[in-house]
Ligand binder design. Structure first.
Ligand code: MN
Length: 247
């Protein structure tokens, strides 16, 4: 049976000019769902509900959870900081739902794959924190908001030996695209960093306890833009779907 993969959409609560304007609207770049579908899973776009009973029912039906990227950022209050720079903050509906689902997935060892903002959501849900603005806080860092298209590689990352990411990619050095202005500051206690850019920016996290969590991975880059072209990026989705099929 193909595994059912819950995919979190973005949400305009009705306070934006784009994406539906004043009409509350879900939106999601289709390539997230396409990656899951083309590589052998069944993507299910999840409604962002506050109701714990509904959340539980949705969650019970899933074989895996894909946390997608987001334009707006998490509110820094979630990791105990005030907002120090100007950026748009994600709708409460989305972050509250994702934070709740990550907690559930951690408890039940459901396979989880977080991409870009999805990786940051995992880290914050489990007690980690974020660099609110790379350019302002790490002035010597690389340009992580790469000017080129997301289908092109932008920088390299070093992959930690003996990590899940290393086992999947079979590479010590991996090239990635880069479309983010925030990154992980402190890694959550139950996670470890397993890819780092040359400037020290953390580019992947995974569950520290890999025996309990066969696939609990977040990457700061966007493999959904790369999997068509690069087998190594496709293997991330393949490994996720394999774990979801087994679970
Ligand atoms: Mn980057």
């Amino acid at each position: 049976m193909k595994p059912l993969i819950g995919v979190t959409p973005d949400f305009n609560a009705g306070d934006r000019k784009d994406m539906g304007g004043r009409e509350p609207t879900y939106f999601l770049r289709a390539r997230y769902a396409r990656a899951i579908e083309e590589l052998g899973g069944v993507p299910v776009i999840l409604p962002l509900t506050d109701d714990p009973a509904l959340q539980r029912r949705l969650f019970e039906g899933l074989d895996g959870l894909l946390l997608t990227g987001s334009g707006p950022d998490l509110p820094p209050s979630l990791y105990g900081e005030r907002q120090r720079y100007t950026f748009r903050v994600m709708s409460r509906q989305r972050y509250a739902f994702e934070q709740a689902l990550v907690g559930r997935a951690m408890k039940s060892a459901l396979p989880v794959f977080g991409i870009c903002g999805g990786m940051q959501a995992i880290n914050v849900a489990l007690g980690g924190s974020l660099i609110q603005d790379i350019a302002a806080q790490l002035p010597k860092a690389l340009q992580h908001r790469a000017p080129g298209p997301a289908t092109e590689y932008a920088h390299a990352v070093r992959v930690t030996p003996d990590s899940l990411l290393r086992r999947i990619t079979r590479l010590a050095r991996l090239r990635v695209n880069s479309s983010h202005h925030q990154s992980i500051k402190t890694v959550a206690p139950s996670l470890v960093a397993t890819a780092v850019a040359p400037d020290g920016v953390i580019e992947a996290i995974e569950a520290a306890d890999r025996r309990r969590h066969p696939f609990f991975l977040g990457v700061q880059w966007h493999p959904e833009y790369l999997f068509d072209r690069y087998a190594v990026q496709r293997r991330l989705f393949d490994a996720f779907l394999r774990a979801a099929r087994r679970g």
